[in-house]
Design a protein around this ligand. Structure first.
Ligand code: FES
Length: 456
C-alpha cells in the first residue's frame, strides 16, 4: 500500500501563482498550513494586509497529515502543567484551547464552510495508567474544564477508565483549509531563502514587510531564537480502514503503545507507533497498526496510510509569540506537540492580537521567552547531550544505505542520519530533519538536500 493521506487525496485545492517579483505589505507569513492561513485570516479581519508564502502547496505539510481532532484534551497535560507552571498558567492553557475549539465552530458556521465539522466528545482512555488518568481528571476539573469520568465507552476493547471532555470537535482539515484560503492571498511554490529585519527574500522575489510570521512547522533560522536547541521532532503513523463500526467520539489511549482513534466518513483512523524522528531503525510501525485493525476491527480493510511529524518542546507547551527578544517584528508559531489544530487557532488568535498591538489573554503561557522551569531545564541538558552524542557517534545507516548515500550527515548541523524503513527516508535524530531516498529535504529545519547515489 502506497503512503497517501486521505485528507490530501480527497480534496483538490486550486493552484495559486508563485510570487511575481518584489512587493511591499504589512505582514508576510511563512507557511501555508493551518497556522499560517488562520493567522492571515484573523489579521485580515482586523484590517491588516498580509500575504502567505508557501514553499510547496497549501496544506502540503503537517496539516494534510493530522488526525484533525479539535480538542483542548491534550493527552496527560493538565496535572503536569499545574505542577510545573502553577494553576494560573495551566488555566490559561486550558482556556486558550477551549476558546480555539469554539472559534473553529464559529468560523465554520459564519462562513458556512462544508468541512464535515462534527461536535463530539473527546476521550482519553487508560488500561494500566488509570491512576495517572484519574489525576488528570481532577486537574481538568480544577481548571474549570467540564470533564467527566466514565468506564463506559464504545471501544471494542476493555479499558479501566476514560476521561471525557464534551463539546469538542472533528473535521476534514483540507476542506476547511481550502475554503478559508480562498479569502487569503497565498503564493505557492515560493521558497523563502532569507529573512531580514525588513522582510524576506524568496526564490521568486522580495517581500518588504513590517511584520514577519514564521508558521512553517519548524523555524529554519537557527539564530536568534535557538529553536533547534529547544525542540525535537517525533513521527507517528495512521492507518485508515473501511468496514469498521463508526465511533461517535475521538479517542486517545494514555498507556504506552495505545491507539489514537476517530471516524472520518466511512473510514476509521487508527493512529499510533510514535517515536523520536531518526529512531525507527527496525521499522514495523504500520505493522503494529495493521495488527490492531485485524484484532479489534476484524474484516476491516486498509484504504490509506500516512504519517505525521510533530515538534516537541522542552516543557510540553508550544512557542507562540515574539520570535526573539532581539527581533521585535518577527513572530513564531511552533512546537504544537501533537495538537496542531487547536494550537494553530491559538497561534492565530495570539499573533493577530500582538501584531495589532493588543494584549492577548493567553499569551503568557505560550511566550517563547518564558522561563522554562527546572524540569524543562533538565530536558534542555538532555537534548544538548543527545545532539552531542549523535554528532560524535558513528553512522547508524544500514550497510546497503551507506553505499547509496555520499554523506551520512545531516545538512542542518551535521548529525549522523539514520534510515527509517517504514518511510524509506533518511532521518536526523538531532532535530528531526528528513530526506527522501533521493536525498531531497522533506522536513526541516534542514534547508539543503543531501547527496545520494549521484543525485543532489
Ligand atoms: Fe539538526 Fe540534523 S536536523 S543536525
Amino acid at each position: 500500500m502506497q503512503n497517501k493521506s486521505y485528507w490530501k487525496e480527497s480534496v483538490s485545492v486550486p493552484a495559486r501563482n508563485p510570487l511575481a517579483g518584489d512587493i511591499s505589505i504589512d505582514t508576510v507569513i511563512i507557511g501555508g498550513g493551518m497556522a499560517g492561513i488562520l493567522t492571515a485570516f484573523l489579521l485580515q479581519k482586523k484590517g491588516r494586509e498580509c500575504i502567505v508564502l508557501e514553499a510547496g502547496r497549501i496544506g502540503c505539510g503537517q496539516t494534510g497529515c493530522t488526525t484533525a481532532k479539535v480538542t483542548s484534551q491534550h493527552n496527560l497535560i493538565y496535572a503536569g502543567l499545574i505542577k510545573t507552571k502553577g494553576e494560573a498558567l495551566a488555566r490559561q492553557y486550558a482556556q486558550a484551547n477551549q476558546a480555539a475549539v469554539r472559534e473553529y465552530e464559529s468560523v465554520i458556521r459564519r462562513l458556512k464552510i462544508e468541512c464535515d465539522w462534527k461536535e463530539c466528545p473527546a476521550y482519553l482512555y487508560a488500561d494500566r495508567k488509570k491512576t495517572e488518568l484519574h489525576n488528570e481528571y481532577m486537574a481538568a476539573l480544577r481548571l474549570g474544564i467540564p470533564a467527566k469520568w466514565t468506564e463506559d465507552t464504545e471501544l471494542p476493547f476493555r479499558i479501566e477508565g476514560a476521561l471525557r471532555f464534551d463539546a469538542q470537535g472533528q473535521f476534514h482539515p483540507m476542506k476547511f483549509l481550502k475554503a478559508l484560503s480562498e479569502e487569503i492571498t497565498v503564493c505557492e511554490n515560493t521558497k523563502v531563502l532569507k529573512v531580514t529585519d525588513n522582510g524576506v527574500e524568496t526564490d521568486k522575489g522580495n517581500v518588504q514587510a513590517a511584520n514577519i510570521v514564521f508558521a512553517s512547522h519548524y523555524p529554519f533560522v537557527n539564530m536568534p531564537g535557538y529553536y533547534f536547541m529547544r525542540m525535537h521532532q517525533e513521527r507517528s503513523y495512521v492507518l485508515a480502514v473501511k468496514g469498521a463500526s463508526p465511533l461517535n467520539g475521538v479517542y486517545l489511549g494514555v498507556d504506552d503503545d495505545s491507539l489514537s482513534l476517530r471516524t472520518a466518513g466511512e473510514l476509521l483512523l487508527i493512529g499510533g507507533g510514535a517515536h523520536r524522528t531518526g529512531d525507527n531503525a527496525y521499522g514495523g510501525q504500520y505493522k503494529k497498526l495493521e495488527g490492531a485493525a485485524a484484532r479489534w476491527w476484524p474484516g476491516s480493510k486498509e484504504a490509506f496510510r500516512w504519517s505525521a511529524q510533530d515538534c516537541m518542546t522542552l516543557d510540553g507547551v508550544p512557542y507562540i509569540g515574539r520570535f526573539s527578544a532581539r527581533k521585535q517584528n518577527w513572530y513564531v508559531a511552533t512546537g504544537f506537540q501533537k495538537w496542531g489544530m487547536t494550537s494553530s487557532m491559538v497561534s492565530a488568535m495570539i499573533l493577530s492580537d500582538q501584531i495589532c498591538g493588543e494584549k492577548n489573554p493567553y499569551e503568557e503561557v505560550f511566550s517563547p521567552q518564558r522561563h522554562i522551569g527546572r524540569s524543562a531545564a533538565g530536558s534542555l541538558i538532555k537534548e544538548s547531550g543527545h545532539t552531542a552524542a549523535t554528532l560524535a557517534k558513528p553512522s547508524k545507516l544500514p550497510e546497503e544505505r551507506k553505499e547509496n548515500v555520499r554523506t551520512s550527515r545531516c545538512s542542518h548541523l551535521g548529525c549522523h542520519l539514520s534510515w527509517n524503513p517504514d518511510e524509506k527516508t533518511y532521518e536526523c535524530p538531532c532535530h528531526g530533519s528528513r530526506f527522501d531516498c533521493k536525498g531531497r529535504v522533506t522536513d526541516g529545519p534542514a534547508q539543503k538536500d543531501i547527496s545520494v547515489g549521484g543525485e543532489s
